[in-house]
Design a protein around this ligand. Structure first.
Ligand SMILES: O=C(O)/C=C/C=C(\O)C(=O)O
Length: 77
């Protein structure tokens, strides 16, 4: 059975968005492999505590994610 494990920073996505991701990931498998696979697609969503997600030794916090989102929104045409 296909297993997709999604991990993201706590607070980065709403429950509604998490549910949409689960649905879309499942639909991607159905599109590729057919309807029969639907019941076998396992998707998990896990939240990593703010500050315990790091790249290059630099912790990422939800505040930094929100700052980046605001910067992208401000730069968008
Ligand atoms: O850039 C965003 O909009 C969201 C970023 C989210 C993460 O980096 C995360 O959840 O780890």
């Amino acid at each position: 059975m296909p297993l997709v494990q999604v991990q993201h920073l706590a607070g980065a996505f709403t429950r509604e968005q998490q549910t949409a991701l689960i649905g879309d990931i499942t639909e991607a498998f159905v599109r590729v492999a057919g309807e029969g696979i639907r019941a076998n697609v396992l998707v998990t969503v896990s939240e990593i505590a703010s500050g315990l997600w790091a790249t290059g030794g630099q912790p990422l916090t939800i505040e930094e994610v929100e700052r980046r989102r605001a910067a992208r929104a401000a730069a968008a045409p």
